[in-house]
Design a protein around this ligand. Structure first.
Ligand code: HEC
Length: 154
């Protein structure tokens, strides 16, 4: 026969339960705090645009270069991809500036001024600093990793 009041929590049980609640509430507050601070920090951008590059970005839009050119394969397809044109072998900043100023057999001269061409080159250099594209000749293993990676741009 059970003694009277055996379902009542003992003083020790109450204290243990309070400790558990206290710990859980503490963990909840800690988790909430971390969620709204640590994981919402803005990552440092890989490539900062200096003021010339920022002007160049606006010019790239206003001259609508993207109608004919791509970055990382995205854009219009009349002209070549420009992601790495400023660091590609046999090309580079001077070549880039020349084509932008004077056009070529296939690219129209768009009436870009010298200062604008400098800014566009600064922008294209900042784009080139964000990564290498296209990557060709991947030496892939059967399980999808690669042994060696060759790039066209260097
Ligand atoms: C009407 C389409 C068109 C527009 C708009 C255009 N381009 Fe081009 N661009 C081309 C074509 C086509 C070529 C290839 C020229 C050639 O091979 O003779 C080219 C070549 C280039 C090249 C050399 C690329 C390489 O790898 O050889 C650069 C740099 C370039 N364009 C920059 C620009 C910039 C910057 C703008 C905007 C100010 C622009 N282009 C606007 C069509 C265009």
């Amino acid at each position: 026969m059970e003694s009277k009041g055996s379902n009542e929590p003992s003083a020790v049980g109450v204290r243990q339960r309070r400790i558990v609640y206290f710990v859980l509430i503490g963990l909840f507050l800690l988790q909430s705090g971390l969620t709204y601070t640590v994981s919402t920090e803005v990552p440092v951008p890989a490539a900062e645009l200096n003021s010339a590059a920022r002007r160049g970005e606006a010019l790239y839009r206003s001259f609508n270069c993207t109608a004919c050119h791509q970055f990382y394969g995205l854009g219009g397809y009349m002209g070549p991809d420009l992601t790495n044109v400023t660091i590609a072998p046999g090309k580079g900043p001077d070549f880039t500036r020349g084509i932008i100023l004077h056009g070529s057999a296939n690219m129209p001269a768009l009436g870009v001024t010298k200062d604008q061409a400098d800014d566009l080159v600064a922008f294209l250099e900042a784009v080139a600093a964000t990564g290498i594209y296209p990557i060709r000749n991947l030496d892939l293993t059967p399980w999808g990793t690669y042994r060696e990676m060759h790039s066209d741009a260097r």
